[in-house]
Ligand binder design. Sequence first.
Ligand SMILES: *Cc1c(COP(=O)(O)O)cnc(C)c1O
Length: 487
Amino acid sequence: MNARSGLEHTESTLFERGVPGRSGMQVPECRDGASAIPESLLRKAAPLLPEASEIEVVRHFTRLSRMNFGVDVGMYPLGSCTMKYNPRVCEDAASLEGFAGLHPMLPADRVQGALALMAELEDALAELSGMSGVSLLPAAGAHGELAGMMVIRKALEARGDARKKVLIPDTAHGTNPASCALTGYKVVSVKSDEAGLLDPAAVAAAMDEDVAAIMITNPNTLGLFEKHVFEVAQIVHAKGGLVYGDGANFNAIMGKYRPACLGLDVIHFNLHKTFSTPHGGGGPGSGPIGVVKDLVPYLPVPRVVRGEDGTLALSDAFPESIGRIRTFAGQFLVMVRALAYIRALGASGLARVAERAVLNANYVRARLTGKYHLPYPGTCMHEVVFSDKIQAKNGVHTMDIAKRLMDYGFHPPTVYFPLIVNGAIMIEPTETEDKATLDDFVAAMEAIADEAAVQPDLLHAAPTRTAICRPDEVLAARQPVLTHPAS
Ligand SMILES: *Cc1c(COP(=O)(O)O)cnc(C)c1O
């Protein structure tokens, strides 16, 4: 097998187990003895596929699935990604035939229920954020950022204001500067203060009449609440700029306060993170945006509109809109899951989610501080960022700690992000882990810290108990081997 990517521990593949002529099915003979497919379209040689029986195929894929890790298997504290447990009731809703079988080109009169679901979800997100208008169209958080920045650009241009720069704190997710660049803005990085927070003085110094907006993530990627956000918004607004809110961390605050009340003009939501859609491995996401009243005319189209008789439709008739940003009406089944989740929990349930998420992160913070270096001390929100500073003295680094956690049955945290923390270990337990699981996780992290002090080589070799051990990650990314040599 391919030793370079570390696959030598896998069991034999279907190609090796297969036997020529073996099959899991019987294809009936053509009734009149001749194929209906013209001779010119027929294959000249059989395809190079493994020839295997049904049970061999079932066992092969079941075996592969057991080499995988997901939140249904164990705790998945991947910071910033909110890998919470996704309730099965949301999956049930999304797999209802009337939703799952919808064709995107059906006329409005055939999909009134689906449009009502979208309208209700827009209202719920507007209520949670304090925004006046919501578009469900963006396909992911990053796409929401792009759409939101395009809205800001269009709104400023409409008042004859072609500004060129956007302020972004140095703690921001990489998608923020990327979205700005795609919108045609120059990124100006703003340094955080010693507490890891946005510094109003630094924003004031960078703010001028050429700055279109500031992008703020609150809580930020250090898991800290940006307590100067209101003051920062006032500074930016005073010079005619707008405030973009990266709402990927909404899990920490939903139901507790409305971001619009702190001066945000635009916010995106990551439905797949906060509102329960399984999203490891790059499955479909959804990144709706909410905007304040003045920006509503610029939202992307189509928008859900209600006619005088109460019927719903999708409309492109918004002349000031930034236009279409994707095909059809968005990731509909992610919206179904999100509304099911919101309706199942209700207002008080959503607030309790935020409370539990913050409590769990602070429990981990309190238990592990000392064993691990905490670069920004104090209460955190939904995630806590440690560093490898203590372990690095013994030559053990963040990657070794992350790999060793897999031997203890946990998915690693996010590593080496945010960039302003050397050797960052970013842990987001989420609200769906109970205290016993958090205690197991803490015990594993403590054991790893002890191992790092006396047996550093054990960590350099980790993981040793997983199907695939430590691959050469650079080579695996640059020269991926995606096909079996036999094919
Ligand atoms: C996840 C995340 C994003 C991007 O969202 P995607 O849905 O992955 O595109 C942006 N900002 C922050 C802070 C995030 O955690």
